[in-house]
Structure formats: C-alpha cells, structure tokens
Write a new protein. Sequence first.
Length: 336
Amino acid sequence: MIRRILLSGLAVAAIGAVTPVQAQTCFGVEARVNVATSTLTTAITGAITTTEASLITQEIAERARLLSAVKVLTAQSAAGSDQVSNGFRASSEALATTVVTQEQRQAVAQATHRYGSVGYDPCGSNTKAQGLYTAMTGSPAARQQIVTPVRAQPGRYADPKDWVNDMTSGAAPDGAALYSGDAQGASKFINAVVGPPDNRPQDTAATATSDRDRLEKTGKDTYRSMTAVVLADIAADYRADGPIAQARNLSTHWQGNDGGAAWAAGVAGQHDRGIIQDAVRMEAANLALLAHQIKRGMRTEATAAALLLAMVNARLTNSVPAVNRGSLTPASFQAP
C-alpha cells in the first residue's frame, strides 16, 4: 500500500514535472524543418517567379493591347478629326466660293443698275438737244437768207418800181408770215415794211448837197437795216426747223402730252445716277433756252432803242423824209 502511494506520488510528481518539448530541440527536427522550409521556399519562390513572369507577360500584353488601342483610338480620332477638319474646310471653301460668287453677282447687279441708269431716253434727248444747237447756230445764216431778197439794202441804190410792183401785185403778206415758218412770205413782208430802195442821185460830185444826201441815206439805212434784221431774226427763230420749234420739241421730251407722267414712270425705278443725269440734261436745256431768251431780250432792247432814237430824231427835226425823197413832210408825232 505504501508502495502504491509512493508510486502514485512519483507519478504525480513526474506528471507535474513534465514540460512541453519544442520541435527544434528534438533531434532531426531542425534538419527536417530546414529541408521543408527550403522546399517550401523553393516552391514559393518558383510560384512567385512564375506568377511574376506570368503577370509581367500579361502586363506587357495588356500594355501592348492598351497602347495598340490608344494608337488605334488616336488614329481613329485623328482620322475623324481630319474628316471633320476636311469637312469644315470643304464647307468653308464652298461657303467662301458661294459668298464670293454672290458678292460678284451683287456687284454686277449693282453696277448694271447704277451704270445702266442713264435717264429717260438719253438718245432721244441728245438728238433733240443737238437739233436745238444746230437750229441756234444756224439762225444767222437763215436770217441772212431771209433778209437778202429785201430790195432796200444799206448803201444800195435801185429803182423803186420793182418794189412798187411787189406791193401792187399783192405779194406782200401780213405779219403772220414771221411766225408761220414761211421764209419767202417773211421776206416779202419785211420788204414791204422796210420800204422802197433809194434812187441813185443824179449829182455824184463832192458837194455839200451830195454829202447831205449820203448822210440822210445813212440814217435811213440804219433804221431800215435794224428793222430788217430784227424782223428777219424773228422769222429765223420761228422757221420750221428753227430754235423755237426745236426748243418745244426738246421740252416735250420730258413733259410730253401727259404732263410728264411717262417720264416720271421711266425714271422711277432707275438709280440716282440716271436721275441726276436727266436733271443735268434738263438744266442744260434750261440754260440753252435761257440763252435764247436773253438773245430775244437783247433784240427787244435793240428795237426799243432804235424806236426811241427815231422818235428823238423826229422831234429834233420836226419832220421825216418823204418816200419820194421830195421836200420834208411834218412828222406825225410833232412836239407840242
């Protein structure tokens, strides 16, 4: 029994004295652990190396794919940008061409509208203005042609019987011939108004009597020539193609028979340039008519001066020469 108790105490003591055994303290464990560790390390290193190589390969492949995709995307973007740019450029060029063409057409239209506007029937107005100019410049020749048949010419002597025959044969029309455009009738009327020519004096010696006769004839010729020229000038103005007819023809170019309605309609749609040109033509016509009016005014003034001179001369002499060159007869407008 005691042995059993001792054995039990020893067992308890033995159990109480036992401590855990560490593997590295065991014989052969370290070597096995080292081998296992080396094997595991080799395995893990191989796995890591393999995995790393695989990852690197995959990363290179993915990076290549990514770069390829980026390149493709860039190329597509560049191509798209080129297409868009080319499209914009083409559209811009087309728009620029359209704008330039439109501007050119607009410029042509404006130039046509501007320079095509030349007023109302410019050829007609120029022709009529030329007719007025020709008539005005031809008046002196027409006046000379009308006054030439008059028998009593300044400084000329002739037999009065021809003039008397003209008067008795009824060849002397009235004053309407001056305004009717009948040059021959105007010449006959002027011939009647001027009177008969002077007989050639019998005494041509240089005496006081002959000097007086020549002085008297000079005075008579002055009045006669003034009368003949004035009346012939009136007849020249009113001839069929004279200044009066041509001036009326030029005035009707704008006024017409409708009060200018046709002219107003003709220039309504024209450019300002055409209207200004027509205004210039009108002003030129006004100046021509004004010049003709001034000439007529001067003619009236000359006639009035000649009449006043004749009246003064008659009052001073208290007599006027008789037609038959006989004795002086009293004037009909004697001074009181």
